[in-house]
Design a protein around this ligand. Structure first.
Ligand code: SF4
Ligand code: SF4
Length: 649
C-alpha cells in the first residue's frame, strides 16, 4: 500500500466546545473532503460518547476504507476504546489512528486561524502516516497463575493470603528462619497501640492452615528469569539440621549447652545454638546455628538430638537448590533499621543506657529479652527517659531523608514507659515533627496530655549526649540540658539488605534512597518497571503497618486480577522486531533494552526479541547501528511520512 492507493475514513470531533471553539472544523472538513485519499469526512460533538461510537459504526456501514483517523483528543484518553469500537466494524487495531487536535492544538493555540491550520497539518500528517500502517495481530500467551512472594513479613503474609484465598498457589520465600518480619519484634503499633503479636498470630495460623501456601524459609533468592505470566525463581534453601517433624516444643533448648546473642533480640538477649525466633513461629521447626553448634565445631555434643522427643535433629542436612515458577512476583522484602554506626556521635555504643528505638521495642516487647519489663541493661527500671528524634537522619553523614514514621515510634516510647511507671518523666527532643493525619495528631496530643515533655531544639544536629552524675545528659541548641536514666535514639529506616542484588536480578530500578523504585508514584505505586513484579510493604519506601498491608492488597489484587486461570494474556502488539538478515550481532540492543526483552541466538549469531516481554519502547530501534531493529507501527517510513505531513509536503 502507498499513499496514493490508501483510502482513509476521517472523523473530526468537536469535543463539545473544547475543540470547536478554537478550531474551524468545518473549514478543515471541507479541505479534507477534496482529497482523493480521503473516503469520507464526518464531524460529531462527542465521538467518545455512546452516541458517538454508534455514529462511527453507522457511518462505516457499506464503506470501503483502509484506515480510520479520529481527529480528537490525546490517544491516551480514548485510543483503546476507539480501537475496540472499530474492531466491531472489522478495522484492524493498527489501522485506527488518532490525531491529537485538542491537547496539542486547540488547548494551546490561542489564535483560531493558526489553530485551524495546525489541526489541518496534524490531520494531514496522520493521513500520510496511516497510508503505511500495516495490519498487526493481537497475540496471546498461556500464563501461569501462581504467585511468588519474596519476603514474609506482615506485607508478604497478607499478599500471600489474598492471592491464596483467590485460589492461586503461593510460595513465600523468606530469608529469616521464620515468617514475621519486623512487626513481630514490636509490642504495640502507634497510634492505635494495637498489639502487634496479636495481629500477626492469626495471620500466621491462616498461612499454616492454607493449603495453597508453601513457606520456604531460611532461603535466599539466587536468580529470577522470565516475564509476566511465566517467572522462574531460583532459591538456595539453607540447611536447618532439624526436619519438618519438629513442632517447636523447645525440649532441646534446655539441653543445648551453648548460649549466644540473639539476633531476634538485637543482641539484648541470648539464645541457644538450636533455636526458634519466637514461640508459635511459622515454620514451627527449630534451626541449628552451625557456626555455634558444638556438634559442628568439635563434634563434642549431640544433646539436642538426645533430648528431642520426635527425633527431628538431622546433622546430615545440607543446603538445597530449589526452583519455583509463577506468573507474578510480589516483592515484600521490607526494611532494615539504619546502621547504629550512624548514631555513635550520640553516645550509642559508649554510654550504656543509650538505646535505639528498635532496641527499645525489644525491651518493651512481651516476646523480648525481659518479657516486656522495661529496664536498662543492669535491670533498673527508668524513672526518666529522653527520646531523640531524627537520630542519624536528615544529615549529610547519615540518612539524607525523613523516614516518615519515626516520630510515631518516638512518641510511643513515653506511652510504653508510663504504662509501667506512670510517674516516669519522658522528654521528646526534636526540631521538627511529622504526623500523617488526625489519628497521629491525636496520639501526639495524648502524649502531651499524659505528661510527655516536648523540647524543641534549634537543630537536631546540635544534640550532644554525655554521662553526668550517673545519668545521661542531653544538650542541644535552644533547650536547657536535661539528665535522664535512659536515652532512646529514634533512628530511621533503610532498604533491607540484599535489595540492590535483588533489583539487579529482577532488572528493576531503585530509588535514590535505595528502595525499589515504583512504576508510578500516584497511578501505580506498588508496581515496578517490570510488568508482573509488584511490591508490598516498605520495600518501596518506609510506611506505616496499615499502609504496608494496603500495598499488599494492591500488589496481590493486581497479580491475581490479571492472571486468570484458563485465560490467555494479551501481548503488546507494537513490539520491536529484528531483521535477522540485517542484524550484525553487535548486541547493542541487548544492552539498551530496559525490559531485558532481547536475547542473543548463539547459533544464528543474531539478537532476538521476546514479544512476551517487549513493551515497544523503541530503544533498540533507535540504537541499532545496522538498522536491523525496528518498532512495529513506528517504522522509519511511517515516521518520515508523518513528518512530511506536518511540514505540509
Ligand atoms: S543492535 Fe542491531 S545489529 Fe546489534 S545485535 Fe541488536 S539488532 Fe543486531
Ligand atoms: S522495544 Fe524496548 S522493550 Fe522492546 S526489545 Fe526494544 S528496547 Fe526492549
Amino acid at each position: 500500500m502507498n499513499e496514493a492507493d490508501s483510502r482513509t475514513g476521517l472523523f473530526l470531533c468537536r469535543c463539545g466546545a473544547n475543540i470547536a471553539d478554537f478550531v474551524d472544523l468545518e473549514s478543515v472538513a471541507s479541505r479534507m473532503r477534496d482529497r482523493d485519499e480521503v473516503a469520507f469526512v464526518e464531524t460529531h460533538d462527542f465521538l467518545c460518547s455512546v452516541a458517538g461510537k454508534e455514529f462511527i459504526l453507522e457511518t462505516l456501514k457499506g464503506k470501503d476504507v483502509d484506515n480510520v483517523i479520529l481527529a480528537a483528543c490525546t490517544p491516551k484518553m480514548h485510543l483503546k476504546g476507539f480501537q475496540k469500537t472499530l474492531g466491531k466494524a472489522g478495522v484492524n487495531i493498527a489501522k485506527v489512528h488518532m490525531a491529537n487536535i485538542r491537547e496539542q492544538c486547540a488547548w494551546i493555540t490561542k489564535d483560531r486561524d493558526k489553530a485551524t491550520e495546525k489541526a489541518r497539518l496534524l490531520i494531514n500528517a496522520a493521513i500520510k502516516r496511516s497510508a503505511y500502517h500495516e495490519n498487526l495481530q493481537q497475540k496471546t500467551m498461556e500464563c501461569l497463575t501462581d504467585v511468588i512472594v519474596i519476603g514474609g513479613g506482615i506485607a508478604g503474609i497478607e499478599a500471600a493470603l489474598v492471592a491464596a484465598n483467590a485460589g492461586r498457589k503461593v510460595t513465600i520465600i523468606e530469608k529469616d528462619i521464620s515468617l514475621g518480619g519486623s512487626i513481630i519484634k514490636t509490642e504495640e503499633i502507634a497510634p492505635n497501640m494495637e498489639c502487634a503479636p496479636c495481629l500477626l498470630a492469626p495471620r500466621l495460623t491462616a498461612v499454616r492452615e492454607n493449603e495453597n501456601i508453601e513457606v520456604v524459609a531460611n532461603s535466599e533468592v539466587t536468580d529470577v528469569t522470565g516475564f509476566f505470566g511465566n517467572f522462574t525463581v531460583k532459591v538456595r534453601k539453607k540447611a536447618r539440621y532439624v526436619d519438618d517433624s519438629c513442632i517447636g516444643c523447645e525440649a532441646c533448648f534446655e539441653a543445648c549447652p551453648v548460649s549466644c546473642p540473639s539476633d531476634f533480640h538485637l543482641g539484648l538477649g541470648e539464645r541457644k545454638a538450636i533455636y526458634t525466633a519466637f514461640a508459635g513461629s511459622v515454620p514451627a521447626s527449630a534451626v541449628i546455628d552451625r557456626e555455634r553448634c558444638l556438634h559442628f565445631t568439635d563434634e563434642s555434643c549431640s544433646a539436642c538430638a538426645d533430648s528431642c522427643p520426635f527425633q527431628s535433629i538431622d546433622f546430615s542436612d545440607s543446603d538445597e537448590e530449589l526452583e519455583f515458577s509463577g506468573g507474578a512476583v510480589i516483592l515484600a522484602t521490607g526494611y532494615d533499621n539504619a546502621d547504629s554506626s550512624l548514631v555513635r556521635n550520640l553516645g550509642y555504643g559508649d554510654i550504656e543506657n543509650v538505646y535505639t528505638t528498635p532496641e527499645f521495642e525489644r525491651v518493651a516487647s512481651s516476646n523480648g529479652p525481659t518479657g516486656g519489663d522495661i529496664q536498662d541493661r543492669k535491670g533498673n527500671k527508668p524513672e526518666s527517659a529522653a527520646v531523640i528524634h531524627c537520630a542519624g537522619s536528615l544529615s549529610s553523614g547519615g540518612l539524607d531523608y525523613c523516614s516518615g514514621i519515626c516520630c510515631m515510634n518516638a512518641l510511643k516510647v513515653g506511652e510504653l514507659i508510663r504504662k509501667q511507671n506512670p510517674d516516669a518523666v519522658v522528654y521528646n527532643i526534636h526540631d521538627r515533627l511529622v504526623f500523617k493525619g488526625p489519628e497521629e495528631q491525636s496520639f501526639y496530643q495524648k502524649q502531651i496530655d499524659d505528661g510527655t515533655i516536648m523540647l524543641k531544639t534549634d537543630s537536631h544536629l546540635s544534640v550532644s549526649i554525655k554521662k553526668k552524675n550517673g545519668k545521661v545528659e542531653i544538650s542541644a541548641d535552644g533547650i536547657d540540658p536535661v539528665q535522664v536514666d535512659m536515652v532512646v535514639l529514634s533512628t530511621g529506616l533503610v532498604p533491607s539488605a540484599g535489595t540492590d542484588e535483588l533489583a539487579e536480578m529482577l532488572h528493576i530500578d531503585t530509588s535514590k534512597a535505595g528502595f525499589f523504585k515504583t512504576d508510578h508514584p500516584i497511578l501505580h505505586e506498588t508496581g515496578t518497571t517490570i510488568d508482573g513484579i509488584n511490591t508490598a510493604g516498605c520495600c518501596i519506601s518506609p510506611c506505616s503497618s496499615s499502609s504496608a498491608i494496603t500495598r499488599a492488597y494492591a500488589a496481590a489484587g493486581d497479580s491475581v486480577s490479571r492472571l486468570i486461570p484458563g485465560r490467555k494474556l494479551e501481548l503488546e502488539i507494537m513490539t520491536a522486531v529484528i531483521d535477522e538478515d540485517v542484524c550484525a550481532g553487535c548486541k547493542l540492543c541487548i544492552s539498551v533494552c530496559p525490559y531485558t526483552a532481547i536475547t542473543f541466538d548463539p547459533e544464528k549469531k543474531i539478537s532476538v526479541v521476546n514479544e512476551a516481554i517487549c513493551r515497544g519502547c523503541g530503544t533498540c530501534a533507535a540504537s541499532c547501528p545496522s538498522g536491523a531493529a525496528s518498532a512495529k507501527h513506528f517504522t522509519n517510513r511511517q515516521i518520515y511520512a508523518e513528518i512530511e505531513g506536518v511540514l505540509n509536503e
